[in-house]
Design a protein around this ligand. Structure first.
Ligand code: NAD
Ligand code: UD1
Length: 335
C-alpha cells in the first residue's frame, strides 16, 4: 500500500517513514528541505534496506505537487507533516507561518479530492488545547492557541473538520502530538534543529556534546513537584507507530470520518527529571542553572492517551531512559 509523507525527511516524518517501510508500506516523500537534508533519504534506505521515492517539492507549489499525484495515482493515504514549527519565529513572521502551514494543507486536500484519494492524517499538536487546570488533557477539552504557530495548527483542524463535513467520503485523522524526543536506535536519524535549539532535549544534547556550557532551566518556582515545568515526553518511535495505528484504523474501517487522538504517554516529567535521567544514562554531562521563566510557558500539561489506546490500540513502549539514551546516541554519532 502506497502512502505519501509530506515533510517526510524531517524529525517525525523520517521516523514514521522507517516504521511504515518496516511495516511493508510503500513510501513516497515530498519535502522542500527547508528544515531537513536530502541525505536523510539514504539514511532511511540504510536503516530499512528498502527503497523510498523522494520528490524535492514545496507542498505550497500546487503545480509541482500535482505531478506527484499524476505519477502516483494509487496513493492510499497522505500523512501531512510538512510545516514550520518554531513558536518564536512564528511570532516574528506570522504570514510566513500562515502561508506555509495553511496553503500546504489546502493544496493537498484539493489535489486529493481531484484524484479520488480520501485518506488524510494530520500532524496537530498539544498546543491547540486551552490552558486547563484539569489534567490529563482529553481530546474533547476546549481549544485555544496563544501564538501564530499554535493558531496554524488550530486553523488547520478547523479547515479539516469543515472539509470533512462537506466531503464525508474523506477519512481524516488529527493526531495531537505531545513532546517528541529520542531517536531511532541506529543513531542514523534523529532531531537536528538549525541554530540554537528552542526545545529542551535538543538543547540538553548540545550541552552534552560540549557545544554549550550549561542548560538554562526556565523557572524553578512552578507549581510542580520540583518547581520545574512538567510535560508529556513521548519517544519519537512510539509517536511514529501511532501513525501506523491510525493508518490501520482507516484501512480496516472505510467510514472513519473525522477522528482526533492525543499521542502522548499520559505521564508528566519535569525538566529536572529529564536532566537527571539524561545524566544517569549517558554520564554526568549536563550542568544546569535556574533562570527566569520563559514567556508563554505553563507549569504542567500531559495527555490522556486513553482514547488512542482504546480506538487505535496505541500504547507507548519506550521508557524515559530510552528516550534520553537514543537522543544522545544520535548526536554523538552525527556531530
Ligand atoms: P521538522 O521541521 O523536522 O519536519 C518538517 C519537514 O517538513 C522538514 O523536513 C521540512 O523541510 C519540511 N517542510 C516544511 N515546509 C514544507 C513545504 N511547504 N513543502 C515541503 N516540505 C516542507 O518538524 P517535525 O518535528 O518533524 O514536525 C513535523 C510536524 O509535526 C510539523 O507539522 C509540526 O508542526 C508537528 N509537530 C511537531 C512537534 C514537535 O515537537 N516536533 C510537536 C507537535 C506537532
Ligand atoms: C514547545 C512549544 C510548543 C510545541 C512543543 C513541541 C513553546 C513556548 N512551546 O513546548 O508550541 O508544541 O514545544 O514539542 O516554545 N526548557 C528549559 N530550558 C530550555 C528549553 C526548555 O528549561 O532551554 C523547559 C521549558 O520551560 C518547558 C520544558 O523545558 O518547561 C519543555 O520545553 P520545550 O521542549 O520547549 O517544549 P514545550 O514548552 O512543551
Amino acid at each position: 500500500m502506497k502512502i505519501l509523507l509530506t515533510g517526510g525527511l524531517g524529525y517525525i516524518g523520517s521516523h514514521t517513514a522507517v516504521q511504515a517501510l518496516k511495516d511493508n508500506y510503500e513510501v513516497i516523500i515530498v519535502d522542500n528541505l527547508s528544515n531537513s537534508k536530502e541525505e536523510v533519504v539514504n539514511k532511511i534506505r540504510q536503516i530499512t534496506g528498502k527503497d523510498v521515492k523522494f520528490y524535492k517539492i514545496d507542498v505550497c507549489d500546487k503545480q509541482k505537487l500535482e505531478l506527484v499525484f499524476d505519477e502516483n495515482p494509487d496513493i492510499f493515504a497522505v500523512i501531512h507533516f510538512a510545516g514550520f514549527k518554531a513558536v518564536g519565529e512564528s511570532v516574528e513572521k506570522p504570514l510566513m507561518y500562515y502561508q506555509n502551514n495553511l496553503i500546504s494543507t489546502i493544496n493537498l486536500l484539493e489535489l486529493m479530492k481531484k484524484n479520488g484519494i480520501v485518506n488524510f492524517i494530520f500532524s496537530s499538536s498539544a498546543t491547540v488545547y486551552a490552558p486547563s487546570k484539569i489534567m490529563p488533557l482529553e481530546e474533547s477539552f476546549p481549544l485555544e492557541a496563544s501564538n501564530p504557530y499554535g493558531r496554524t495548527k488550530l486553523f488547520n483542524e478547523f479547515i479539516l473538520k469543515d472539509f470533512q463535513s462537506a466531503n464525508p467520503e474523506f477519512n481524516i485523522t488529527l493526531l495531537r502530538y505531545f513532546n517528541p524526543i529520542g531517536a531511532d536506535d541506529s543513531g542514523i536519524i534523529g532531531e537536528d534543529p538549525n541554530g540554537i535549539p528552542n526545545n529542551l532535549m535538543p538543547y540538553i544534547c548540545k550541552v552534552a556534546i560540549g557545544e554549550f556550557d550549561h542548560l538554562d532551566i526556565f523557572g524553578n518556582d512552578y507549581n510542580t513537584k520540583d518547581g520545574t515545568g512538567v510535560r508529556d515526553y513521548i519517544h519519537v518511535v512510539d509517536l511514529a507507530t501511532g501513525h501506523i495505528k491510525a493508518l490501520k484504523q482507516i484501512e480496516s474501517n472505510k467510514n472513519n470520518g473525522l477522528k482526533i487522538y492525543n499521542l502522548g504517554t499520559g505521564k508528566g516529567y519535569s525538566v529536572l527529571d529529564i536532566v537527571n535521567t539524561f545524566n544517569k544514562v549517558n554520564g554526568d554531562l549536563v550542568k544546569y542553572e535556574f533562570t527566569q521563566r520563559r514567556a508563554g510557558d505553563i507549569d504542567i500539561y500531559y495527555a490522556s492517551p486513553k482514547k488512542a489506546e482504546k480506538e487505535l490500540g496505541f500504547k507507548t513502549e519506550k521508557t524515559l531512559e530510552e528516550m534520553c539514551k537514543s537522543s544522545y546516541n544520535y548526536v554523538i554519532k552525527n556531530k
